[in-house]
Design a protein around this ligand. Sequence first.
Ligand SMILES: [Fe+2]
Ligand SMILES: [Fe+2]
Length: 340
Amino acid sequence: MADLTIPEGGFWPAPEIPQPNIYPMEWRVETEKLAAIYEKSKRMVWNPADLPWDGLNAEDFTREQRLGIMYWFAVLANFDASGPAVFARATIQAFEKHEEDPVRKCFFSITRDEMNHEECCQRTIAKLWPGGPLNWTPSDDLETAAHNNIGWLYHNGGRYWNGYTTAVGKYSLPVLFTSFMMGEMAASTLFRGMASGTQHPVFSEMFQRIGRDESRHLQICMTILENEWPGLTDDTRTLITRQLRAGFVFLSMILWEPPEGFWELPPYFLPNHRVLMNHARDAGLGVLSYEEQAENWRVAMARIRAIVERWGIAFPAIPELDLEGVPVDFIDPEEIIPVF
Ligand SMILES: [Fe+2]
Ligand SMILES: [Fe+2]
């Protein structure tokens, strides 16, 4: 065996690594609970390709119903299709900021789950409306209305991405995570409602599984926030209040109906959206009624209010749901943190 080389005067220290940088690669664990959630996420992994797709057939629906279902999944995709990229970016950020190992792993698991949720949109649309959401040619007024509305939705989806990519670096973890927490609260509420409303075996299993994932995402966010909230400053609290309003304005598109003050939509969007949503309802997708949606959303927002008020964060006024609070004016696309 060759002899070790010991330099005269001792070993030379390696140079300092400039930050932010993903190194060093250590596996520091501070929050055991997050490590346990990550283990659970691996055990609960499921494959969207294994849903009972043979039971979902275009012939079982009228053309209007198929269009309605495609439209609903296109609206959902406006949220869920951002999921993988949003959390992939957050995962990289967690590495760069040297967050503890379970934080990095949990973000990765959310990225994995969101890819599955997006795949559900993709597979359903491919079966019921090939070419959807946008790569098809409408042949009558109803189809044109659907195609045009989806185009407007995607226009809005495209408006927040630049804002998000800067927000990830700009906002502190509690600000980012309050928004994430709100998105996960919204998502788990939505899919629980849909799972209870649908009569279709494919959608029933899909919504139950997605709902379970979203509840786990919510648990991850809450666990991280419990670590982060004690160090809040007043400036951060004010920012979080705005973020909560931004989250409401953004997420209402899929949970209920889009409120004023962010969405750029033509005047006919909402009436046509209602017609298309009614076709999706009629198809047995599990879309709750306007009133049921409002009630679920109100309950979810009230839960968020109870959580944030414990930490001295003022809740924004949500007059649309009769929830009182601090008035927050117009929401800029830069303030939207897209998450689901
Ligand atoms: Fe999701
Ligand atoms: Fe999620």
